[in-house]
Design a binder for this molecule. Structure first.
Ligand code: OOG
Ligand code: MG
Length: 266
């Protein structure tokens, strides 16, 4: 079942306005009983609004691939969202906090694809991975109090707000030279360690994100193209961002990635 198109558009427009202004909105499912397919239709309509403004899709992200994240948010199914060029931050670069609602940050692992993949083709997705990198994802729910149901967060493009990629290491997912499982993950604000975990917290092994992404992309119509980035999901719970901090994440074996926060929203 799909929601009536004007409704999908209207709901996507509410989220889009919140994303542009930094003013939070009431959870959609409190106004309208969305099912998961309708929630993905709202997500797609929101991405169409962004691309109509000139944004370019740069990849996809998975959410709730770790227990720590699922427990933090009280939501347990794996979800998929879309990354665009407007969300990119250069490594060591600045992140503006103004115009965001209540941003948080989480340490992740990113894969890079070197070929187009037909949605659902897990083998092709594994073969298309040519590099891996440490990453930070900035999430920012557009909903009041950072509270949502699974359908709400899917409609809100899985809270995607920004991401920064560390150095790429060439990598073959079918014949990995570096083990990605059970590598220590640490995130710090300046010298304060704010979260620690392991890559094993991402579905047991970040490589497990690949079949999950293939399945979700096929189910919900996401494109996995050459050059795309795939964020495998947070290894720890997300941490509320603070102004004027150097945020770093290190993933053992992969290296360090960072961003600098600007002043708070006024
Ligand atoms: C949803 C996004 C979850 C992850 O890595 O698990 C996510 C949220 O927590 O707001 O990006
Ligand atoms: Mg994430």
């Amino acid at each position: 079942m799909t929601a009536h198109p004007p409704t999908v558009e209207r709901l996507a427009a509410r989220l889009d306005a919140a994303q542009l202004t930094g003013d939070s909105i009431e959870q959609l499912t409190e106004l309208y009983p969305l099912d998961i397919d309708q929630a993905y239709a709202v997500q797609r309509a929101g991405i169409e609004m962004r691309t109509a403004r000139g944004e370019r899709v740069t990849g996809a992200k998975l959410g709730f691939t770790s227990r720590a994240k699922a427990m933090q948010m009280g939501v347990s199914d794996v979800i998929i969202g879309v990354l665009t060029d407007a969300m990119t931050i250069t490594d060591g670069g600045d992140l503006e906090l103004s115009n965001r609602v209540h941003p948080r940050v989480e340490p992740e692992v990113a894969f890079r694809l070197c070929a187009d993949v037909n949605p659902g083709d897990t083998e092709a997705l594994i073969a298309a991975v040519d590099a891996v990198a440490p990453a930070l994802e900035v999430i920012d729910s557009r909903y009041r109090d950072f509270r949502f149901s699974l359908e709400d967060v899917v409609a809100d493009n899985t809270s995607a707000s920004g991401y920064v990629l560390g150095p790429w290491t060439r990598f073959s997912a079918s014949d990995p030279a570096v083990s990605l499982s059970d590598q220590r993950v640490e995130m710090a604000f300046d010298r304060d360690i704010v979260a620690t975990g392991s890559t094993a917290d991402i579905l047991g092994d970040p490589l497990a994100a690949l079949p999950a992404a293939a399945r979700m992309a096929a189910l919900h119509g996401h494109r996995l193209s050459a050059g795309a980035v795939l964020l495998a999901g947070a290894a720890t719970a997300a941490v509320v961002l603070q102004p004027h901090r150097l945020v770093t994440a290190s993933v053992a074996g992969l290296g360090v990635v960072s961003l600098r926060t600007g002043g708070a929203a006024s």
